[in-house]
Design a protein around this ligand. Sequence first.
Ligand code: SAM
Ligand code: MG
Length: 358
Amino acid sequence: MNYVALAFLNPFGFTVVDLGCGECTLLKMLKFHHEIELLVGVDVNGAKVKKRMHGLAPISTDYLEPSYDQLCVELYQGSVTQKDARLKGFDLVTSIELIEHLTPADVELFSEVVFGYMTPKMVIISTPNSEFNIFMPGVSCYRHSDHKFEWTRAEFRSWAVKVCLDYGYEVEFTGVGKAPQGQQEAVGFCTQIGVFYQLGGRDCCKTLLVNDAEDLFSYTLLYRVNYPSLCDNNILRRVLVSEVLYGAEKLKNRWMEEQAGGICDAVALDPVHHAGEIVAVPLDVLWSCCPKVSVLSGSLGNLKHLLMDEPNIKLSQDSSAVLVNHWEQDDYNLDDSGYPEASLHSHRCFRGICQCDY
Ligand SMILES: C[S@@+](CC[C@H](N)C(=O)[O-])C[C@H]1O[C@@H](n2cnc3c(N)ncnc32)[C@H](O)[C@@H]1O
Ligand SMILES: [Mg+2]
């Protein structure tokens, strides 16, 4: 799929269904297209889907470094000859090497379900081109024992043109797998592909009129997963908190290095003297020194607001600074309100980062 084709679709998050998804090979490739927000697979053979569906689960980096992309993957067991209301109105339906496995009567139902009921903006259908079989050693009839037919280019074209007339689409033909030199025009591609575009919106043509009472959920949901996304407020907070803690720790370490190498050598290196001390890293310093923190929070005000009720972050009483332990410790000494008291002796400062004795 190229970006020109995608540009024809909804720019605010695409929805794609792969009919006859089998082992989810196409879905596994499509999940890397950032534009796609809902990716659905349907196959009549549920066992086949179940065997491979976990390959569509998010991996550890999706959780550790989530992006703003949103993606939900759903897999269903069901037949393309039956309607399911959850599959209506998608941007794109793909059907790769499926229709030749259907009886002619089921191809009719497929056309009605896909173009008349699901009414996607775009449909991509691939099927073998029987004219190419002369180049396939050992193929005397069909390429696969389960094929109910294999069409010539003219037969595919005739079916596709009828579908367009019936349901208000236009079609372009292409393919993959070139014939030997000089014979491409006479024979065509190994696999022929029709790319169908819906004409003039969903209301202009013979779409099947289905009212809500008739809407069906005939497919069985096998798998559903939401990828972690920074659009989810809980995930945004989790990532922001870890960036704040990381940034504050780094700034504190820089400050300690400065202390150790400069004026307060003896003091800074004496762990006993500093036990229980806390370093205050001002939010505005974090904001300007940690690009990820500023990008994730959007503004200094937001940063303050987002951290205020965060149990894993200790803020100073006026919420202007993050408090981190001077030395690696398990706990701070907190007062009754849960925060260190504000009797700050800011006797050692570096870029606004202060060591405070509580
Ligand atoms: C040749 S495989 C193609 C699989 C996949 N599209 C690919 O290209 O790797 C055909 C798939 O269509 C599925 N299939 C056959 N009849 C179907 C039907 N009526 N509804 C949904 N899927 C069907 C089969 O179970 C099989 O997984
Ligand atoms: Mg096939």
